[in-house]
Write a protein that binds this ligand. Structure first.
Ligand code: SF4
Length: 117
């Protein structure tokens, strides 16, 4: 078996793994009435492991519960506010060890007040 065939199979497997995440991202855009949301964590730019942990925790870039979001989660570190006082959309999630949206949410959400959800 040549390396070319092996690479081709890997490409197909990789595409099969990544496609659902790309579809999910596209669906999120469609669900917002076509309004584009700037993704902090583009599924197409993340590794399989990074996507897996986000999927397992049901991460979403827009929380369905506005009072519970990444910005008020104990695991979120926002970027410093800009000159306009606005906190940038993307910050760091210590659970995912990567970017998350301040408006996002996942099943690991925990309040900053007590450290418990
Ligand atoms: S643990 Fe979940 S809710 Fe908390 S910052 Fe990370 S992604 Fe957001």
């Amino acid at each position: 078996m040549s390396n070319e065939k092996t690479f081709s199979r890997r490409s197909v497997v990789k595409l099969g793994v990544q496609a659902p995440f790309a579809v999910a991202a596209t669906s999120m855009l469609a669900a917002c009435g076509g309004e584009e949301i700037a993704l902090c964590a583009d599924p197409n730019a993340l590794s399989f492991g990074e996507n897996s942990i986000r999927q397992a925790n049901k991460y979403t870039e827009e929380s369905a519960e506005p009072e519970n979001n990444c910005l008020n989660c104990a695991f979120f570190t926002p970027e410093p506010a800009g000159p306009d006082g606005e906190v940038p959309n993307c910050g760091h999630c210590s659970i995912f060890e990567g970017l998350a949206s301040k408006n996002g949410y996942c099943d690991s959400w925990s309040t900053k007040d007590t450290g418990q959800g």
